[in-house]
Design a protein around this ligand. Sequence first.
Ligand code: AMP
Length: 189
Amino acid sequence: MRLIMMGPPGAGKGTQADIMCEDMSIPHISTGDIFRANVTQGTALGIEAKRYMDAGEYVPDGVTNAMVRDRLAQPDCSTGFLLDGYPRTIEQVGELDSMLAAQGAGIDAVVELIVDIDEVVQRLVKRAVDQGRADDAEKVIRHRLEVFAEQTAPLTSLYASRGLLTQVSGMGDVDDVTARIHAALNSNA
Ligand code: AMP
């Protein structure tokens, strides 16, 4: 399975992606996690990415695409993967299309978690407190949601037009959301 998990920041993509990847034995590729690991390790990529992340902006497409291209070329991705937080721009969709075309592969499904925006802000503020994430301060959270609405939300209609989009409510208990995702993917299979 080659899957994409979409939804606004704080929708629970990472949590659900972890569970699904464990169930399906496929790698969980979170661009946010890869950027954060690079920030922690103080790599050149991390130093560049941190400026954008702290401001609630997207890391430039050139940097992000190169990083994903490298990751998808690794052997564990040859039979499947779940992308969490990528693609986020139209340009990234085009790049992903060409990476997959080169492997003669395609995306099987795009799962979009639908959430209430006030709940999302509450979740992110809580995460900022729990994890000390500088990019989750409330002003930055609002900005991240604006950037998402402008640049990423339109991608769902693009994937819908390809017949790949599955929308699932991301509200409520983690287990309930997981069950909804499984049901939605199975009904599409
Ligand atoms: P996330 O953990 O997915 O919310 O990502 C945290 C931050 O990493 C985002 O706010 C962006 O600054 C950056 N980031 C993650 N994925 C991407 C992407 N696909 N394109 C650009 N920036 C990204």
